[in-house]
Design a protein around this ligand. Structure first.
Ligand SMILES: [Zn+2]
Ligand SMILES: [Zn+2]
Ligand SMILES: [Zn+2]
Length: 262
């Protein structure tokens, strides 16, 4: 079954342009240097699945004509990945049973705490999102089925935390990661598409940088790799000219097709 993946956003937590910055990337006319907070849309089998809803979700949904969502998967509870949650409200009202969300236990607890008016039994805000949070099995290699495709949690190291990457069919999405633990390496074999964090040129304590991410690509050998969660350190054209032919910088609105099942 073929799926279409759209990068809703490819920027780091501060976004690009970064507020108050006049560097060449932040002032660039190249639209690929305008990076909203990181998130994906997957379309397959007449269903729409999102990975993360950051603070730019409303604008991204308008830009990409997201009119319906069937499920949302979360990677972790940082602001740049969850703060668009409330913009799911009108879309959640379309679904009779509510919108299913999938997250690991720590992320689910963070969402429940920040958006507590949505989840409380008593005095629930009447027009809050109609959602059901499903806590995913955190055993490495465990997966769950969504609309005919299997989603596997891929644990990745993000600074001092372990967060959730996802594999779905022949593609994997590892945003926000500084390292790939040994138990995740076997889960990332035979990929057509590997999407991974490449923040900037210099090392960073919680994010992989360009050279390190190229090392992961060499180790895991996907057919193609796309870097995301990019800061204003990396100009699109300048950086792409330095990359091997099977590696690209993702940009907002970029679409890819791949096999998601069978
Ligand atoms: Zn992030
Ligand atoms: Zn800048
Ligand atoms: Zn993060």
């Amino acid at each position: 079954m073929e799926a279409t993946l759209t990068f809703l956003g490819t920027g780091t937590s501060m976004g690009v342009p970064t507020l108050g910055c006049d560097c060449t990337v932040c002032t660039s006319a190249d639209l690929r240097n305008r990076r909203t907070r990181p998130s994906l849309r997957l379309a397959y089998n007449n269903h729409i699945v999102l990975v993360d809803t950051g603070p730019d979700f409303h604008a991204q949904a308008l830009r990409e004509n997201v009119r319906h969502v069937d499920a949302v998967l979360y990677t972790h509870g940082h602001a740049d990945h969850i703060l668009g949650f409330d913009d799911l409200r009108p879309l959640s009202f379309q679904l009779p049973g509510g919108l299913p969300l999938y997250a690991d236990d720590e992320t689910a607890s963070t969402i429940e705490r920040i958006f507590d008016y949505t989840f409380r039994d008593k005095d629930r805000y009447p027009t809050s999102a109609r959602v059901q949070i499903h806590r995913i099995d955190e055993t490495p290699g465990a997966g769950f089925d969504l609309f005919g495709a299997c989603f596997q949690r891929i644990p990745v190291t993000h600074g001092v935390q372990t967060i959730t990457g996802y594999r779905f069919g022949s593609a994997a999405y590892l945003t926000d990661m500084s390292d790939i633990p040994p138990e995740s390496v076997p889960l990332l074999q035979d990929l057509d598409i590997l999407i991974l964090d490449a923040l900037r040129r210099q090392p960073h304590p919680s994010h992989s940088h360009l050279e390190r991410s190229l090392g992961f690509v060499e180790q895991l050998k996907p057919k193609r790799a796309f870097f995301t969660h990019i800061s204003h350190d990396l100009d699109h054209v300048v950086t792409e000219a330095e990359l091997p032919p099977n590696v690209q910088l993702a940009y907002d609105g970029l679409q890819l097709t791949f096999e998601i099942a069978g």
